[in-house]
Design a protein. Structure first.
Length: 276
């Protein structure tokens, strides 16, 4: 089977070869651990982080190698992986460089928009001989993007504040995957411009006054119903609601489900009349 250089190129521009023999994969990225399993590669997964929780039953038998930032290098060495899957935002460069000293193939990822998942599917499909699975996921994503864009086209754009942390309060910049996913259904995150990808929130900042609503994500901070009254007070009484952080931030095989979730959420909020 022929493979083009482009489909085997990772986020750093490294050209990979299709895996030969039985691949042994360690994934340090929760959403990509899920993708590996959904592409039929669960038997090849020998290591994962403690934050890799989907699919739950499948992962019970897979060795935990620490967290996304604090990886147990000696344990990874013992697992003798042929491939290591990492992400530019989620894993420390220094750690990845140490692992690269003894893992033959390090696959670096960095999806920043839902559309970037198409290249991700092609890369994994070509690398691990899962072309059919990659094509299935691409078709599901294309359909979900069409639905999301239809919702965005039918409704006026809406500025929103998306919270990922409390004390200090933190949001997301528009160059993040989360913001791009929200934008697919017509939600524009605030602040409109930021030097930091995850800026601290000044509730009194003039730029935030345009927010029509506030979303409190269920991860990485575990926002719950008890936090919403505080958020409404700080935001001047704006509508505030919880939002599933896995559906907005997990790329890979969850991307299509995330877009459908957001399209449905936007429709429901309009029907409920919670537009400021």
């Amino acid at each position: 089977m022929n493979h083009t250089p482009t489909e085997l190129t990772d986020a750093l521009g490294t050209q990979h070869r299709p895996a030969s023999g039985e691949a042994r994969i360690v994934s340090l990225v929760p959403s990509l651990t899920e993708l590996v399993c959904d592409m039929g590669l669960a038997a090849n997964l020998v290591g994962r982080t403690g934050f890799c929780i989907h699919p739950r039953e499948t992962l019970r038998a897979v060795t935990k190698v620490g967290g996304t930032k604090d990886v147990k290098l000696d344990l990874v060495r013992e697992l003798a992986p042929t491939h290591l899957i990492v992400n530019i935002d989620e894993n420390r460069r220094e750690t990845v460089e140490e692992l690269a000293a003894f893992v033959p193939h390090v696959v670096v990822t960095h999806p920043c928009t839902p559309e970037d998942n198409f290249a991700l599917y092609r890369l994994f499909g070509a690398l691990f001989d899962r072309r059919a699975e990659a094509e299935r996921l691409a078709a599901e994503l294309a359909a979900a993007l069409t639905e999301a864009h239809a919702v965005a086209a039918a409704l006026p754009p809406e500025d929103v504040l998306y919270l990922i942390w409390r004390e200090p309060w933190m949001g997301v910049a528009r160059d993040t995957y989360i913001a791009a996913t929200l934008a697919a259904v017509g939600w524009r995150t605030l602040p409109a411009a930021s030097d930091a990808r995850y800026p601290q929130i000044d509730w009194q900042a003039p730029g935030l006054q345009a927010a029509a609503r506030v979303f409190a994500s269920t991860e990485p901070y575990r926002f719950a119903e008890r936090h919403l009254a505080e958020i409404r007070a700080l935001s001047g009484g704006r509508p505030a609601s919880l939002i599933d952080g896995e559906m907005t931030s997990w790329y890979g095989s969850r991307a299509a489900a995330g877009l459908r979730y957001l399209a449905d959420l936007r429709r429901k909020l309009v029907e409920a009349g919670t537009v400021r």
